[in-house]
Design a protein around this ligand. Structure first.
Ligand code: ZN
Ligand code: ZN
Length: 309
């Protein structure tokens, strides 16, 4: 946490300057992608989340040092190799954590705030939910633990890896040629923030654009399908409670109304839009419907208003 705090001291002012620069750049180019109130909301969300992390207001289900002690089969000395391994291990873990956040109701509640803006700009990168208090990240760091990557190295690489995900939240950078095949780019991540059925639940990668291709979740940005940002549920952006806790309130409502303990539990682990009645409106069901709609119509956006809930 100490290293995280130090890196944060440099990163936060830099992020703020870049957010303001993007606002100025958009205004100058006649394409302002930053609404003032939305920016304030994103920045305040970022500050509260960072404060929560710095004071340690979260629950670690399984700590990395514990995993390391239990599983390490070797120790790597503190060289450049260990940093490279740590980077790949964190990027791999980041992919799976991010995917889990999208495909289970429980974790979606901790991630939805990042997607709740109907804008897409650098400030959105800082939108994080204060209700995300369960940290499961270490479970996905098994490869690093087996290889004996020291926690101190993870402690340095993890915040750098996290903050390096800031830059690609912008509409001002178009496709980047060969880099599109190697890194997560603004184009790649714009698709991830889209609510168009074609784009839903794709592009979970953090920095390296390889895991989506390996695990079949990659989608490129199509010029003929303009991106609509945000989530499918209509959020009252002026209502603090709705922005931060609206989704979890709906989940509680669903759990309360579901018959039997099995259905109640399923609401926690199933994807957003799952229903015990069988009338599912999950991303995969919406995509399946999209395929049949596409056969008859050309407008991909015609069912973008279909709601998860
Ligand atoms: Zn996401
Ligand atoms: Zn994002």
């Amino acid at each position: 946490m100490e290293t995280y705090g130090k890196i944060l001291l440099i990163a936060m002012p830099a992020f703020l300057l870049l957010v303001l620069f993007e606002k100025w750049y958009g205004w100058k180019k006649g394409k302002d992608t930053v609404r003032n109130m939305d920016m304030v909301s994103s920045l305040s969300s970022g500050v509260t989340n960072v404060t929560k992390d710095v004071i340690g207001l979260y629950l670690v289900v399984l700590s990395y040092p514990f995993l390391l002690k239990a599983l390490a089969i070797t120790t790597i000395s503190n060289t450049i190799v260990v940093y490279v391994i740590s980077f790949f291990a964190l990027d791999f873990a980041g992919y799976w954590v991010h995917r889990l956040q999208h495909v289970t109701n429980f974790f979606w509640n901790g991630h939805i705030v990042h997607h709740s803006s109907e804008e897409f700009n650098l400030a959105c990168a800082l939108r994080q939910s204060v209700s995300a208090i369960v940290k499961t990240f270490a479970i996905f760091l098994l490869p690093a633990a087996i290889l004996g990557v020291p926690p101190q190295v993870i402690g340095v690489v993890a915040p750098l890896h996290l903050f390096a995900q800031f830059w690609y939240h912008t509409q001002h950078i178009n496709k980047m040629g060969l880099l599109e095949y190697i890194l997560v780019t603004p184009s790649h991540h714009r698709v991830h923030h889209a609510k168009n059925p074609l784009y839903m639940d794709t592009n979970f990668c953090n920095l390296l654009n390889i895991w989506d291709r390996v695990f079949g979740t990659f989608q490129y940005e199509k010029n003929e399908v303009p991106i609509e940002y945000g989530i499918t549920r209509k959020i009252n952006a002026r209502n603090f409670f709705d922005v931060y806790f609206g989704e979890i309130a709906l989940l509680f409502r669903d759990i309360k109304n579901a018959p039997g303990i099995k259905n109640k539990m399923l609401y926690i682990v199933k994807p957003p839009g799952w229903s015990h009645t069988g009338d599912h409106k999950t991303a995969s069901v919406i995509k399946r419907n999209l395929t049949s709609i596409q056969k008859g119509e050309s407008d991909h956006r015609s069912i973008a208003s279909v709601c998860y809930r």
